[in-house]
Design a protein around this ligand. Structure first.
Ligand SMILES: [Zn+2]
Length: 308
């Protein structure tokens, strides 16, 4: 296995690569990739694009990941690969247009005209992400494209869970599920996030810059709530460490810890019910902040949260 597309290089992903290899013999027009992390879904989509166009894949059934086509694909330099993300703002798109573009009317119009031309190689592969709860005109225009047979064009939808997409969209896709992230894994990103949450819980500051940014989505909200949940589990299990988050949460009384457990459950429920991720995360952390700093009173902010 080559070093490119490292997020899905491990053994845990061999069945994903095998599935993509065999699907490549008669590629579905719309492939839906769910599960895994964002990076893993992206690399799986790029692997699919390699499978579609690598000259070796026609003969061997799997892409070589070493030829110019595969390398350009993995580096986002392949003219037959395009990607759109509903979470990228128009301002961001104009200021620093990367390989992944915003899902706006202008970009979709440009894509629709490109789709009419034949691809440079066998297939043009278009990746679509950040389309959960996206009801914009641009998203609708793009979804219409998926309904029509389109020779030489393959589409990949990327999302954490298929339930987050419109049922009509799921029904016309072939769904492939990546291994779900290991809830016990402690990554550098998770450690950093825990430190940021601890800082907020001590000072009441800074974390809302993160939740207020356009990219803060349901997946990140789940991870933030999970970070606190893991801290709670460590405290209850008597295995709390020296991390700032553990130290902070350890100040809660037994009743406070129980209250925290209930809020974690409520926050997860609200996220599953598609309440705005930033709002859920902010209300959750604000509750915990109040509980820590005003421990004598029950937290002032009620559990009920507005739906938007
Ligand atoms: Zn190749």
């Amino acid at each position: 296995m080559s070093a490119i597309l490292g997020a899905i290089a491990g053994n845990a992903f061999s069945h994903v690569r095998d599935s993509l290899d065999s699907l490549g013999a008669a590629p579905p027009q719309v492939l839906l990739l769910e599960g895994g992390t964002e990076a893993q879904r992206l690399d799986a989509a790029l692997y699919w694009a390699c499978r579609a166009n690598c000259p070796d894949a026609e003969r061997d059934g799997s892409p070589c990941l070493d030829c110019p086509t595969c390398r350009q694909t993995a580096a986002w330099e392949n003219l037959d690969v395009a990607a759109y993300d509903g979470r990228i703002s128009n301002t961001q798109d104009q200021a620093e247009p990367g390989p992944i573009r915003a899902l706006n009317i202008d970009n979709v119009r440009e894509l629709k005209s490109t789709l009419k031309d034949p691809p440079h190689a066998r297939f043009r592969v278009t990746l679509l992400m950040g389309i959960e709860n996206n009801r914009s005109g641009a998203a609708n225009a793009l979804l219409k494209v998926l309904e029509e047979p389109s020779k030489g064009n393959l589409f990949v939808l990327l999302c954490p869970q298929r339930q987050q997409l419109l049922p009509t969209l799921v029904s016309r896709s072939l769904c492939l599920t990546l291994p779900w992230p290991d809830p016990e894994a402690v990554t550098p990103e998770l450690l950093e996030l825990q430190a940021e949450i601890a800082h907020f819980l001590e000072t009441g500051r800074d974390f809302f810059n993160k939740t207020g940014s356009k990219g803060f989505d349901q997946e990140q909200a789940f991870v933030a709530v999970m970070a606190v949940h893991k801290g709670l589990i460590r405290i209850l299990a008597g295995t709390a460490g020296n991390s700032p988050l553990d130290q902070t949460l350890a100040r809660l009384s037994p009743a406070g810890l129980m209250q925290l457990g209930r809020w974690i459950g409520e926050a997860n429920q609200a996220l599953q019910a598609m309440v705005t991720p930033a709002r859920v995360t902010e209300a959750f952390l604000a509750n915990v902040y109040v509980l820590l700093h005003d421990g004598q009173q029950q937290a002032a902010v009620p559990g009920k949260r507005a739906r938007s």
